[in-house]
Design a protein around this ligand. Sequence first.
Ligand code: 3SL
Ligand code: MG
Length: 236
Amino acid sequence: MKIDLIISADDIKDKVIKDKNVVVIDMLRATSVIVTALNNGCNKVIPLLTVEEALELSKDNRDNYVLGGERRALKIEGFDASNSPLEYKRELMENKSLIITTTNGTRAINGCKEAKNIYIGAMINAKAVAKKLLAQGEDVVFVNAGTYGEFSMDDFICAGYMIHCLLENNYAELTDIAFTAKYVYENNKDILGFIKNARHYNVIKSLGLEEDLAYCIQKDIIDIVPEFKAGEINVN
Ligand code: 3SL
Ligand code: MG
């Protein structure tokens, strides 16, 4: 197994992900939201690029959908929920489909269409993702959403944790950047101590959303591995 890593949605190259297993990570906060919603009874998640597409898709069947996401980290006008994973409780999500549009996360997911399998990962389901990848035994590319096309410390350490889990009892060939992500995690197992220096962490904190941060940095509290296929994210 070979493991590689892409640092932001702007850096996705079709030739790197083509026919590979990819894991898209936006731990602050889009992929944490998606994992949480599906774990709380959501039927499926549809990740879209624009607010207009989301409103258009939901308009004829509004009661079936929860509209969620953010622009500049805040709730979008006319939407039901922001991009806070804590809002995606069973009471809101049970038997509903989530349409979500976010700045980086949904862009990264939609940018991976050339991949063979596209899994959705966050710190909260990291071990489950690693287990699934190991069972498949194929090459993996971690795709970090990053922030506005730039490297994000939070997604990087999350990928590092998954790579650490993958290599616990196994061998894999790592690119330099995949090795560095693992190294960063192994030297910063207290996630908070590392990502409190991240720019996006501090944006979320400045909005008073410390509870989101505390939630998203938890390891392995959810056991599902959502998969994006044909425009929808489901749990198989
Ligand atoms: O960019 C994204 O996809 C979001 O997850 C960013 S935020 O944490 O909701 O601001
Ligand atoms: Mg992010």
